[in-house]
Design a binder for this molecule. Structure first.
Ligand SMILES: Cc1ncc(C[n+]2csc(CCOP(=O)(O)OP(=O)(O)O)c2C)c(N)n1
Ligand SMILES: [Mg+2]
Length: 661
């Protein structure tokens, strides 16, 4: 099955080169995790040396196998593999500066630092869940472009921690259901985590768990090349997702600490390192790789040259439109979308629509224009309105479908979408209720950190969802999402803004977006469609008629209420601007600060926590929102109860103006 075998007498010294670099780099940094790379060095050497299809000279070859180090704390493993197999970076100088400011060899592997690092890992379990997304992307693109262009595997190394995390349940359940046979998970079964033996906290039968989810399971002695090869052969040949249980010794080679949690996350110390060198028969100075081993490793990085050349030839022979569509997809080139006719139809109909509904209508058009859009929902398809006509469902029997039933797996969905976006070729969007953004939050954070342009369709975005009550009503969610760096949070006010926010989210390929959408109908507020006014983050929707004394700043469903409140104020001779602010982040980047003048009362109106609105209204402004949990009642009654009505807003503004004198 493997394309070639490493010479038997080379496997151990090649693996020892990995071990030595891991020990030495952790020693130099006086911090890091030597145990995992030392334990998995033999498995990784055989995987990279004989199975993984990659070309160090062409790290972005679209049909490369994906390798995910889900146990990201073992980052020195991947840095050593990349360096030894001949990637331009990391250099040995980079590795000497492991974990230091400016070194691409960060504490945990970061996809934006080094080609060859497919995703950022460290938060345990998420690497595995992202790999599921990569494996979905591979099958989907295979269905779209055929075996000639897309035919690769996704290999993951995960530790006990990854498999103990709850997200592993979601990830392996989804992978088993979708029969992702190209996904191969190598479990570093060393029986140890930070607190000591795994038995202090877990008694579960991990292989049985995988089997029950539809995976094939093989096991091997992770320090015996023949056993590793037999397991990897079986895994590679199997058309089910496969768990390869690799029984290993953490810190393998360390004379007194091997097999103990002491090797997990701290330097071994000079004496132990010296002892390990002796035990492993590695007589070389720190960071020094002898020429024969360096050469053997360099050959590993070059062994797929012919595969790449053959693939390039197939690409060149493909019909021009197919080749262009493929390269545009994998390079994340988003051809301009055209929603002008759609926006014109919204204006001519001018009927009230929930923004989740206008999102669905926009998607109907967008899905026709952008074949790389792949949607989905965590079992709320009919509520999130993410599935459009003709999109087709992606399933084990139809990988070409473009909508995924993720099941009730919000975190798994979000992480899978990260994997799809990072694999390339797909722009993923997926839905759940905004309140469950918290279930996805750790993956949203990784979208942002990894610069992955995932689009989160989060509906039922306030008390406006009504009767489901406070468990389902987001309060602090907008504020908490806005607090996250490199995430654009959109809360459109009507159908036109919804279309605009979709345009912006699609164009933004290096940061994720959240679209917070209403369950309830909202009137059309915008009749001008020539320019995308949401792109500035906030804009003056209505200008004061009387002398301006107030600026009302609102988002989403509260913009229409602010417009009514402004009318009441104007009727009393108080001039009021209304600013619609669908996206704070864009407003900070390119909004017009003159919209928020210092000499008038500024008032925020949003059906959520007021936390943070001081930024817009100042400490002397007025913040109208909800700083408690919601309640169970019809939406209209809740808006009354929480004072989010034109009457209440207008009288609170007048009180504040009177008090200010
Ligand atoms: C979500 C998450 N929780 C906690 C940690 C901190 N952490 C890093 S490694 C680790 C133990 C992992 O055990 P295992 O996967 O068995 O790694 P090994 O000790 O075998 O290298 C923990 C708790 C983390 N990185 N991510
Ligand atoms: Mg372990």
């Amino acid at each position: 099955m493997a394309s070639n075998r490493l010479a038997d007498d080379l496997v151990l010294p090649m693996a020892n080169a990995v071990r030595a670099l891991a020990m030495d780099a952790v020693e130099a940094a006086n911090s890091g995790h030597p145990g995992m790379p030392m334990g998995m060095a033999d498995v990784a050497t055989i995987l990279w040396g004989e199975y993984l299809r990659f070309d160090a000279a062409d790290p972005r070859w679209p049909d490369r196998d994906r390798f995910v180090l889900s146990a990201g704390h073992g980052s020195m493993l991947i840095y050593a593999l990349l360096h030894l197999s001949g990637y331009d970076r990391p250099t040995i100088a980079d590795i000497r500066r492991f974990r230091q400011l400016g070194s691409p060899c960060a504490g945990h592997p970061e996809n934006f630092e080094l080609p060859g690092i497919e995703c950022t890992t460290g938060p345990l379990g998420q690497g595995l869940a992202m790999a599921v997304g990569m494996a979905i992307a591979e099958r989907h693109l295979n269905a779209r472009f055929g075996d000639a262009l897309v035919d690769h595997r996704t290999w993951v190394i995960a530790g006990d921690g990854c498999l103990m995390e709850g997200i592993s349940h979601e990830a392996l359940g989804l992978a088993g259901h979708l029969k992702l046979g190209r996904l191969k998970l190598l479990w570093d079964d060393n029986g140890i985590s930070i607190d000591g033996p795994i038995s202090v906290s877990s008694s579960e039968d991990v292989p049985a768990r995988f089997r029950s989810a539809g995976w094939h399971v093989v096991s091997c002695d992770g320090h015996d090349p023949a056993s590793i090869r037999a397991a990897l052969d079986e895994a590679a040949a199997c058309d089910l997702p496969t768990l390869v249980q690799c029984r290993t010794v953490i810190g393998y080679g360390a004379p007194t600490k091997a097999g103990s949690e002491k090797t997990h996350g701290s330097p071994l110390g000079a004496a132990e390192v010296e002892g390990a060198r002796a035990k492993l028969g590695w007589a070389h100075a720190p960071f020094e790789i002898p020429a024969d081993i360096a050469q053997a490793w360099a050959a590993v990085g070059q062994r797929s040259h012919e595969l790449v050349a053959a693939w390039e030839k197939r690409l060149a022979e493909a019909p021009a439109d197919v080749a262009t569509a493929f390269m545009n997809a994998v390079n994340n080139v988003v051809p301009g979308v055209d929603l002008s006719a759609f926006k014109a139809s919204l204006v001519s109909d001018a009927k009230p629509l929930a923004t989740r509904k206008s999102s669905e209508m926009a998607l109907q058009v967008l899905n026709g224009q952008l074949p790389q859009l792949v949607g989905g929902s965590a079992d709320l398809t009919g509520s999130n309105l993410t599935l459009t006509k003709g999109q087709g469902v992606l399933s084990a029997g139809n990988y070409g479908g473009r909508h995924i039933h993720y099941g009730i797996r919000e975190f798994g969905m979000a992480a899978a979408m990260n994997g799809m976006a990072l694999h390339g070729g797909i722009i993923p969007y997926g839905g759940t209720f905004l309140v469950f953004a918290d279930y996805c939050r750790a993956a949203i954070r990784l979208s942002a950190l990894q610069r992955a342009g995932v689009i989160y369709v989060m509906t039922h975005d306030s008390i406006g969802l009504g009767e489901d009550g406070p468990t389902h009503q987001p309060i602090e969610h907008l504020a908490s999402l806005r607090a996250m760096p490199n995430l654009a949070v959109y809360r459109p006010a009507d159908a036109i803004e919804t279309a605009e926010c979709w345009e912006l989210a699609l164009a933004d390929r290096s940061r994720p977006s959240v679209l917070a959408l209403s369950r309830q109908n909202l009137p059309l507020l915008r009749y001008d469609t020539a320019t995308n006014r949401s792109s500035a983050g906030g804009y003056r929707l209505i200008a004061a008629t009387a002398a301006r004394r107030v600026v009302l700043i609102a988002t989403g469903s509260e913009v229409a209420i602010a417009v009514e409140a402004a009318k009441l104020l104007e009727a009393d001779g108080i001039g009021a601007d209304v600013v619609s602010m669908p996206c704070w982040e864009r407003f900070a980047e390119q909004g017009d600060p003159a919209l928020l003048p210092t000499d008038v009362l500024k008032v925020s109106v949003e059906a959520g926590a007021t936390f943070g609105w001081e930024r817009m209204v100042g400490t002397d402004g007025l913040m109208i929102g909800i700083d408690s949990f919601g309640a169970s009642a019809p939406a209209g009654a809740l808006y009354q109860h929480f004072g989010l009505t034109a009457d209440t807003i207008s009288s609170r503004v007048q009180q504040k103006l009177n008090k200010n004198g």
